[in-house]
Design a protein around this ligand. Structure first.
Ligand code: FE
Length: 368
């Protein structure tokens, strides 16, 4: 509509001054305006009919690019990827507002997707998505595409089987672990989601006390990423660590170098809360961005990510658990044991809802 107005306005101007001395100059301006008008029209039509989808992804896996190429080969839909850290991607989507070209926001952690819900829209409700993903791992605005568990790692020479028997997240605050535990800082989203799940199950007051117990059990002030916690146990700085499942497999694979591979062999995984609700589960997921210019294509891409082909590709490259049934994780993850009970009772949507409370109790306890 804007384009039409520009041309018409110029045309009026042309008629008004047609006998003027500036006739030649005006004709030139008019020609240029018409050309610009046509170019705008072409690009506008192009954006209407372009068969593409725009992903804002916080996942930094080269393997994801190969996955998108497979999707394009199958559907003809071009995939444009903007990569970055989740905070930066979220900031950009918020700042660009209605002008944002983002269709899908792909990131790790349900807490992150949950906290960003105001900028997402419903629509991930197709039969394909609903049948692929159990309801506790999705909302209408975002859905899990792969799973991970946040578990305990221990040094077998310093932690006995009887000490571990019946271990729960709750009992990590038991004084018997004093000075023996490593876990990363409270600003870490994985910890915030774990603590949010504890609040959902036990109440904020109990988890406030639990956080104090955790802090007094720490072998050191929290530092480093999940792999750094596993390394600390391997190095004898602590007896137990909390970290996500895929990191041990990543280290064992040798992709992080021979030192981390050797260290990973010195620790063993333990899946907490087996006698109760099960081990804390989280997701990598995709959210449908509000105002997505290619909404239908975004839904198609999510459905593709949940296909057997894509799931096999994801789990073999990231060491996560598949979101769908019938796909086996990477052999190194299979070796960690698959027969553990997952917490399928606590809906992951609670991780976002209880995030502020989680951070509050950890901070109040002096959890760095
Ligand atoms: Fe991670």
């Amino acid at each position: 509509m804007k384009i039409g107005c520009v041309i018409i306005a110029n045309d009026n101007h042309y008629q008004y001054i047609v006998n003027d001395n500036h006739y030649q100059l005006t004709r030139e301006i008019m020609k240029k305006t018409i050309i610009i008008g046509y170019l705008l029209l072409i690009s506008f039509a192009g954006s209407l009919f372009a068969n593409e989808v725009n992903i804002f992804s916080a996942r930094h896996y080269d393997s994801d690019v190969q996955l998108y190429e497979k999707f394009t080969a199958k559907t003809g839909i071009k995939v444009n990827v903007v990569s970055g850290k989740s905070g930066a991607l979220e900031k950009r989507i918020i700042e660009e507002g209605a002008d944002s070209q983002a269709d899908l926001y792909i990131t790790a952690d349900a807490g992150r997707l949950g906290a960003f819900e105001a900028y997402l829209q419903g629509g991930l409700t197709s039969a394909a998505i609903k049948s692929a993903v159990p309801s506790n791992f999705r909302t209408s605005k975002w859905t899990g595409i792969a799973k991970r568990a946040r578990i305990v790692y221990f040094a077998p020479e310093r932690v006995s089987g009887s000490e571990l028997a019946g271990l729960t997240y709750e009992s990590l605050a038991d004084p018997k672990w004093k000075g023996r535990l490593v876990i990363r800082a409270s600003n870490n989203i994985y910890n915030q989601s774990l603590v949010a799940s504890l609040i959902k199950n036990n109440g904020k007051g109990k988890v406030a006390d639990w956080s104090k117990g955790m802090v007094s059990n720490m072998a050191r002030s929290p530092k480093g990423n999940d792999r750094a916690q596993i390394l600390a146990v391997a190095a004898g700085e602590a007896d137990i660590a909390v970290a996500n499942t895929y990191y041990l497999a990543l280290m064992l694979s040798g992709k992080k170098g021979p030192e981390q591979q050797a260290a990973a062999k010195k620790v063993k995984p333990f899946f907490p809360n087996q006698d109760g609700r099960g081990t804390h589960m989280n997701i990598s997921g995709a959210g449908l961005v509000k105002g997505a210019p290619n909404k239908a294509n975004a839904i198609k891409l999510v459905e593709f990510l949940l296909s057997e082909e894509a799931q096999n590709h994801i789990v073999n490259n990231t060491f996560e658990y598949p979101m769908i049934k019938g796909v086996s994780p990477h052999p190194l993850v299979v070796n960690m044991g698959l027969d553990f009970k997952q917490d399928l009772k606590t809906k992951v949507v609670n991780y976002g809802k209880r995030q502020a409370d989680a951070l509050e109790v950890m901070t109040a306890a002096g959890w760095k």
